[in-house]
Design a protein around this ligand. Structure first.
Ligand code: SF4
Length: 338
């Protein structure tokens, strides 16, 4: 472990001030990813700014009928919060699909958004990786790429974003509240994470002096018709090969509104307005869900070891939308896919 300075922020303004004065410093809250990265020498921050005691731990209703989640609310607290369980069960389910109970107790809501890819080459400092060292090359493109992206990748990077929670937040049209030296701003969830392009070292659109203060959910929570299905190599404590967040609003036997987001397939949660709009007005059926899947996956570009993700994703989309339409969501404690 390298030596580093340690500072504790007393409030959000102090955190912003400390970060602005040391752009290479890292905020630390739960530390469930950053400490690993430091042990592997992937991250070597000269200074850690401890934000774990900032007053960003509430979950409260907004005037607009939604919910505002403080950035330091632990993942486990969020998953079992009555407002989230009752009104946004898609989010609760996605959180419980991720990591382990111990990690969820430590990991913060804001930190979940900022966790880095689990590409094995990224963690192995003996191998070239453009995300770790821009210009070094990508070991995964011609290497072992079974877990890698099939959508939105670039010649520079084919990594995936590892979060389950973020897939649900994308489907729910969450917004990210941040504070920096220029004041506060709100980022649409779709604009928060980046595709790799020629800058895979940048995971998101957060500026160097900014801190996440909250995540906000709009009023529509799709509590009646939702499901989060995660397909992985083992039944728990594994990252998604493919995951699907599906949410429907029904008008009788027709679909009035559909949300569909994929995890495990791209550098960010993957959504498509075209795939969702093709479901509007339709009667739920495997054929209609298959058409949405084909649109969502139409630009897929598999690599040598991950072509299996394409048919797997199509089947998972149809299954998850069927669960949502029937009001029989995947139960994370029961691993059998219904
Ligand atoms: Fe690095 Fe991205 Fe290539 Fe993985 S896929 S080795 S993270 S550049």
């Amino acid at each position: 472990m390298n030596n580093f300075e340690y500072a504790r922020a007393s409030d959000v303004a102090d955190a912003v001030r400390l970060k602005a004065g040391a752009p290479d410093a890292k905020f630390i809250a739960g530390g469930t990813n950053l400490i690993d990265l430091m042990k592997y020498r992937v991250e070597q921050p000269p200074r850690l700014i401890d934000i774990s005691r900032l007053p960003l731990t509430t979950v409260e209703e907004t005037r607009a009928g939604g919910v505002r989640i403080g950035a330091l609310v632990p993942n486990s607290t969020l998953a079992y919060h009555p407002l989230i369980e009752s009104r946004y069960p898609l989010l609760a389910s996605a959180i419980l699909a991720g990591a382990s109970a111990q990690l969820r107790n430590m990991a913060s809501t804001g930190g979940n958004l900022l966790q880095r890819t689990r590409c094995a080459y990224f963690y192995d400092v003996a191998t070239p990786c453009n995300k770790r060292k821009p210009g070094a090359g990508c070991s995964a493109t011609e290497g072992l790429n079974r877990n890698h992206a099939i959508l939105g990748s670039s010649a520079a990077c084919i990594a995936t974003h590892p979060s389950d929670m973020c897939v649900a937040l994308a489907a729910l049209d969450a917004t990210v509240h941040v504070a920096g030296t220029q004041g506060e701003r709100v980022i649409a969830f779709a604009d928060f994470h980046r595709l790799p392009g020629d800058r895979p070292d940048l995971d998101n659109t957060l500026q160097a002096d900014e801190i996440i203060t909250a995540i906000e959910l709009p009023a529509q929570g799709f509590a009646a018709n939702y499901s989060y299905l995660k397909i992985r190599d083992r039944l728990s404590y594994a990252f998604a090969l493919v995951s699907v967040a599906a949410a429907l609003a029904r008008d009788g036997d027709r679909i009035a509104e559909a949300r569909l987001a994929l995890g495990g397939v791209a550098h960010k949660p993957w959504r498509s307005e075209a795939a969702e709009s093709v479901l509007r007005g339709q009667t739920p059926s495997p054929e209609a869900f298959g058409r949405a899947a084909d649109i969502l996956l139409r630009d897929a570009k598999p690599y040598r070891h991950n072509a299996f993700k394409l048919p797997l994703a199509r089947r998972a989309i149809i299954r998850t939308l069927t669960q949502a339409a029937n009001g029989t969501p995947q139960i994370q404690s029961i691993k059998t896919i219904r």
